[in-house]
Structures are given as C-alpha cells and as structure tokens.
Design a protein around this ligand. Structure first.
Ligand SMILES: N[C@@H](CCC[C@H](N)C(=O)O)C(=O)O
Length: 272
C-alpha cells in the first residue's frame, strides 16, 4: 500500500501530513505513527497529522506526537493544514471545532476558549488551589492553562538559562500528571512581548509550539503581565496571539510546505 504525504512546518515545528480525504490510509496507531516520525529510520517529524473527512467541519484532524501518543491539539499543525487546503476552513479536532484562514502574515487560526487552573488539567489527585503546591528546582509557581491540550507555564528571567533537557521531562512525567503535560518557560520582555521555549509532551524540545504560545500568552494575560495582543517569540520565530473579547484565542503566523513524497506502509509495519 503506497501512501502520499506532505512534509510541512510551522516555525520549524515539523509535520508529516497524511491526507485521507483523497486516498485510503492504513489504520493509524502509536507504533506506525512513531515509526513514520522517527528521524533516522522514518520520514521524521515532531508530529504526524492525519486528515479525514468530517461530517461536522470541512475536515477532521488527528494529531500524533513523535512518541506515538495521540493528542488533542496542535497550533502549528492547524496553520499548516490551513496552508495545505489554501482557503478558509473549519477543522474538527478532539479538542473541538477550530477554523483557519489565510491572511497577510500567513495563516490565522481561531483556537477556541482557554480553561484555567489545575482543575482544567488531568491530575492524579484533585486540587482546589490556583497555584501548584510543588516546584521543580528553579521552576516554581506555574500557571496551568488548557487550550485543548494541557500546559504548565513558568515565568522565568531567561528561558535560555533553564536546563530544559533535564527539567522538561521531570515536569512532563511527574506522577501528578497522569496524561503528562507540556512545559513552557517564558520571559516577559514588554507588555506586548514574550520569549518562550517549550518542552513538548511526547516530542521534547521543539523549535516552536503554537498551543504553548497560546497558553503562555493567556497565562501572562491572566496574571496581568501583558496586554491582550502579544508577540510570542520562540526559537523558530514569532507568533502573534490575541485574546478576543469573546474569549476566543486567535493565533497568527507562518506555515510552510517543505516537500511531498510517498512511502510503502509495509516498510514501517509491525514486521520492522
Ligand atoms: N506542536 C504543537 C503541540 C503538539 C501536541 C503536544 N506535544 C501535546 O502533547 O499536547 C503545537 O504547535 O501546538
């Protein structure tokens, strides 16, 4: 079975997109997703994106991290899918209905309404507090924001001085988070500017994380640190995040198609 794919990225957060609207796809599971995402023996990507027909929207998007886990949301992939389709579209996801449309700065996406505090995050035991009672070394006092997927945001002086390779997995895999968590470290540099690095659940350090940028911007707004429209600069470049009066988050930024190709499913199947 030969499958066509498109390799895409949003600010260097890269994807293999399989479009099941115009070809039949194999049943996607964790091991096939991880095999395709492998950078040495597969095509290589941070996330594998599967597009399917939808009754509720123009299309349905499924998202798999490179470790094979299926997740609810991916901001950069939503822009990439907007670019792929090339017109304003609605997208059904596990996290709800999103919409993407082309604009001068690339693609603009309505990411839905955020949820706050620790009751918005799957936890091993319930917590009433607004602040986390624990710290992970110098990572303290996080704010929790769910933008379809769960994020912990730590405001620090310099995100590039944080040992993310060590602290990222420590927070991501803390037993308090049974579904793990995305880890954001951010510095506020102005009322309209944030510098951000993200250790992604199931993918590790990426060059950019769209939902991380949304969650961090909203967390900073909630704490009164920034205004309702901010530029969030990630290692791969900037995104503009706006929190509209109707509480919907709007994320705007670029998306890029790198190349197209095809592969034999059998080369990545269980016999490997
Ligand atoms: N890169 C993404 C987020 C992908 C999912 C995330 N790693 C999770 O497990 O929730 C983005 O651009 O938002």
């Amino acid at each position: 079975m030969r499958i066509d794919f498109t390799k895409m990225h949003g600010l260097g957060n890269d994807f293999v997109v399989l479009d099941g609207r115009d070809q039949s796809l194999p049943r996607m599971d964790a091991s096939l997703a991880a095999a395709l995402a492998d950078r040495r023996t597969g095509i290589g990507c941070d996330q594998l994106i599967v597009l399917e027909p939808s009754l509720a929207a123009d299309l349905r998007m499924r998202i798999f991290n490179c470790d094979g886990s299926e997740v609810e949301a991916c901001g950069n992939a939503t822009r990439a899918v907007g670019l792929l389709v090339g017109r304003a579209i609605s997208i059904e996801t596990v996290a709800g209905l999103l919409s993407a449309s082309p604009c001068e700065a690339g693609i603009s996406v309505e990411m839905g309404k955020p949820r706050f505090d620790w009751n918005a995050i799957p936890l091993a035991y319930p917590m009433d507090t607004h602040a986390m009672p624990v710290a992970w070394e110098e990572l303290v006092n996080p704010i929790a924001v769910n933008v379809g997927n769960p994020h912990a945001i730590f405001f620090v002086e310099d995100p590039y001085a944080i040992a993310m390779e060590r602290l990222g997995p420590l927070v991501e895999n803390d037993p308090i988070f049974p579904e793990r968590i995305n880890v954001n470290v951010a510095a506020i540099t102005a009322r309209d500017a944030i510098t951000l690095r993200v250790w992604e659940r199931g993918a590790g350090l990426t060059r950019a994380c769209g939902t991380g940028a949304c969650a961090t911007a909203i967390g900073a707004m909630k704490r009164g640190l920034v205004d309702r429209r901010v530029r969030v600069t990630l290692p791969g470049g900037p995104l503009v995040i706006e929190w509209r009066e109707d509480e919907v988050i709007v994320m705007t930024g670029p998306a890029t198609e790198s190349f197209r190709g095809s592969f034999e499913v059998g080369d990545f199947g269980p016999q490997q």
